[in-house]
Design a protein around this ligand. Structure first.
Ligand SMILES: *[C@@H]1O[C@H](CO)[C@@H](O)[C@H](O)[C@H]1NC(C)=O
Ligand SMILES: *[C@@H]1O[C@H](CO)[C@@H](O)[C@H](O)[C@H]1NC(C)=O
Ligand SMILES: *[C@@H]1O[C@H](CO)[C@@H](O)[C@H](O)[C@H]1NC(C)=O
Ligand SMILES: *[C@@H]1O[C@H](CO)[C@@H](O)[C@H](O)[C@H]1NC(C)=O
Ligand SMILES: *[C@@H]1O[C@H](CO)[C@@H](O)[C@H](O)[C@H]1NC(C)=O
Ligand SMILES: [Fe+2]
Length: 466
C-alpha cells in the first residue's frame, strides 16, 4: 500500500473511532461491570432467628405501621395475635413511661385453602403532633410489647425528608442482607415499598404461613417506621385450582393503607403527602384503562397536587415502564400508553417500580408522540419527563435477573444485576440526592447516585442533560 493511500485510511480509522465514541456517548448508558457472586437466593428456614415468635401468652407479632391519612397526622398500627383475639387497643404517648392516649382498633381474620390466619388487628391513631417521637404499646391485657416511631414534619415545600426504597423483598438470606443494609444506612425515615412482599405464593397452596414469617422478619423495621405499600403480582394470590378466587385476599387483610383519605375506592391506588413529597401509588394489577375506577381517580388526582406545598411528585408502581432486562420486558407497556402523557404534563419527578429483580435507572425520557399513523414510537430525551428507577432487587428466592437486552437502549442510564436498596434524600424544593446501595458493599456505600433537580422548581445548578 502506497504512502498516500495509507494516510486517508488512518484518518478514516481515526474518524471511525471518534464517531463510535460519539454514538456510544449519545446512548450514554452504563452497564455496570461489577462482578457479583452469583449464588442462588435461598429462603431462610422456618426456624431462623428472624422468624422467631415473640415470647409470652398471645404476644402481638408482625407489628407494622403505615401512614394513616393524607397529611401524615395519623398512623395505622397493625399486628397479629395467634391464641385469641385479645385487645385491639393501642396505648401511645410522647413519654415512654406514660402512654396517656388510647385508640381502639378492630380485628379480622381470613381463610385460605386449609390455612386460617391469626387475629389481624388494625388501629388508626389520629391527631398526632408533627415531628414528634411517640411510643406505643399493643397486646394490652396479655403480653404487652412496646415500640416507637417519629411522625413526619408538617407538610411544606422545603422540608427535608429521606425515603428508603425497597422492592420484591421476599424472605431469603439476601432479603435479610438488604434489610440489614437499609437499617445500617442511618438516613431512611420511611420506606416506599414497590410491591412483592412475602412470596408466599411460591410455596405449595400459597402456604400463608410464609406471610406470617415475613411479617415477623420485617417487624424490626416496619414496627418503627412506616412502610408505604404498593401491591405487586405476588400479592394477587389468585388460585382457582384450590378454590381461591378472590384476588389479593391475604394482602388486603394484613396490610391496610389510607386509600379513602385520597378519595380512592380501593386499597391498590392512593396517595399521601409526607413532608415535601406527594406520593402516588398506582396498581399494575388493577384495571387502569379508560373509564375504570383507577383511571378516573388518577385523572382527578394529578391536578390536586400543589407543587408549592409538596414540590416532589413521586409515583410508585410495581411493573416498570422502562426496563431493559430480558425479564418482564414490556409488561408495563399498556399502562405506560395510558398514563405517560399525564406524567410528562404534570412533571412527575421520579417513578419507582420493582418486579424485575435487578437495578436500573433511566434518563429523563418520554415516548408520547405516537399515534396509530405517524410511526413515532421511540423514547426521546424529555426534560419534563420523570426518571424511571427499577428497584426490584430486594433479594427474594426467585434470584437475580441478569440477562439484559443488548446493546443497552438509549433510555437506560445505569443498570446492574445486584441486590440492594436505594435512598431518596430530599434537601429542599429544588434538590434531592439519590443513592443506590448494593448488598456486597459496606454499609452506606453508594454504587449509583444522582442529584435530582425538581421538575417544577427549576434550579440554576441544573445542567440540562439533553
Ligand atoms: C394443608 O394441606 C397441605 C397439603 O395439601 C398439607 O401439607 C398441610 O399440612 C395442610 N395444612 C394445614 C394447616 O392443614
Ligand atoms: C438476619 O440479619 C440479622 C441482622 O444482620 C442477623 O442478626 C440474623 O442472624 C440474620 N438471620 C439470618 C437467618 O440470616
Ligand atoms: C398551594 O399551596 C400553597 C402553599 O401552601 C398555598 O398558599 C396555595 O393557596 C395552594 N394553592 C391552592 C390552589 O390550593
Ligand atoms: C437472554 O434472553 C434472550 C431473550 O429472551 C434469550 O434469547 C437468551 O437465550 C437469554 N440468554 C440467557 C443466557 O439466558
Ligand atoms: C437546596 O439544597 C441544595 C443541596 O443541599 C443547596 O445547594 C441549595 O443551596 C439549597 N437551596 C436553598 C434555596 O437553600
Ligand atoms: Fe413482581
Amino acid at each position: 500500500m502506497g504512502r498516500w493511500l495509507r494516510i486517508p485510511l488512518l484518518l478514516g480509522l481515526l474518524l471511525a473511532v471518534v464517531v463510535a465514541g460519539l454514538v456510544d456517548r449519545s446512548d450514554g448508558g452504563v452497564t455496570s461491570s461489577f462482578v457479583r457472586n452469583a449464588k442462588k437466593a435461598i429462603d431462610m428456614p422456618i426456624d431462623s432467628d428472624v422468624f422467631r415468635v415473640p415470647p409470652g401468652y398471645n404476644a402481638p407479632q408482625q407489628v407494622h405501621i403505615t401512614q394513616g391519612n393524607h397529611d401524615g397526622s395519623a398512623m395505622i398500627v397493625s399486628w397479629v395475635t395467634e391464641a385469641e383475639p385479645g385487645s385491639s387497643k393501642v396505648l401511645y404517648g410522647t413519654d415512654s413511661n406514660k402512654l396517656i392516649f388510647s385508640a381502639e382498633g378492630k380485628h379480622t381474620r381470613y381463610e385460605f385453602y386449609n390455612y386460617t390466619s391469626g387475629y389481624i388487628h388494625h388501629c388508626t391513631i389520629r391527631k398526632l403532633k408533627h415531628d414528634t417521637k411517640y411510643y406505643y404499646a399493643v397486646g394490652i391485657g396479655h403480653t404487652v410489647r412496646k415500640f416507637w416511631f417519629t411522625t413526619p414534619p408538617k407538610v411544606g415545600p422545603d422540608v427535608p425528608y429521606t425515603f428508603g426504597l425497597i422492592g420484591d423483598l421476599g424472605q431469603s438470606y439476601d432479603s435479610n442482607s438488604t434489610l440489614t443494609h437499609y437499617e445500617a444506612n442511618p438516613k431512611g425515615q420511611a420506606v416506599l415499598f414497590v410491591g412483592d412482599l412475602s412470596y408466599a405464593d411460591n410455596y405449595p397452596n400459597h402456604d400463608n404461613v410464609r406471610w406470617d414469617t415475613w411479617g415477623r422478619f420485617v417487624e424490626r423495621s416496619t414496627a418503627y417506621q412506616p412502610w408505604i405499600w404498593t401491591a405487586g403480582n405476588h400479592e394477587i394470590d389468585f388460585a382457582p385450582e384450590i378454590g381461591e378466587t378472590v384476588p389479593f385476599k391475604p394482602f388486603i387483610h394484613r396490610y391496610h393503607v389510607p386509600y379513602r383519605s385520597s378519595g380512592s375506592t380501593a386499597p391498590f391506588w392512593y396517595s399521601i403527602k409526607r413532608a415535601s413529597a406527594y406520593i402516588i401509588v398506582l396498581a399494575s394489577y388493577s384495571a387502569y384503562g379508560k373509564y375504570t375506577p383507577q383511571y378516573k381517580w388518577l385523572e382527578e388526582e394529578l391536578p390536586k397536587v400543589n407543587r408549592s406545598e409538596t414540590p416532589w411528585l413521586i409515583v410508585l408502581m410495581h411493573s416498570p415502564w422502562y426496563n431493559s432486562y430480558n425479564y418482564h420486558y414490556m409488561e408495563g407497556e399498556s399502562m405506560r400508553v395510558m398514563y405517560e402523557q399525564w406524567f410528562v404534563q404534570n412533571k412527575v419527578d421520579v417513578v419507582f417500580a420493582g418486579h424485575v429483580h435487578a437495578y436500573e435507572r433511566s434518563h429523563r425520557v418520554s415516548n408520547i408522540a405516537y399515534n396509530i399513523v405517524n410511526g413515532k414510537c421511540k423514547p426521546v430525551r424529555d426534560e419534563s419527563a420523570p426518571v424511571y428507577i427499577t428497584i426490584g432487587d430486594g433479594g427474594n428466592l426467585e434470584g437475580l435477573a441478569s440477562n439484559m437486552s443488548e446493546p443497552q437502549p438509549s433510555y437506560s442510564a445505569f443498570r446492574e444485576a445486584s441486590f440492594g436498596h436505594a435512598v431518596f434524600e430530599i434537601k429542599n424544593r429544588t434538590h434531592a440526592y439519590y443513592t443506590w446501595h448494593r448488598n456486597q458493599d459496606g454499609d452506606a456505600v453508594a454504587a449509583d447516585s444522582m442529584w435530582f433537580y425538581n421538575r417544577y422548581w427549576k434550579s440554576a445548578d441544573e445542567i440540562p442533560a439533553v
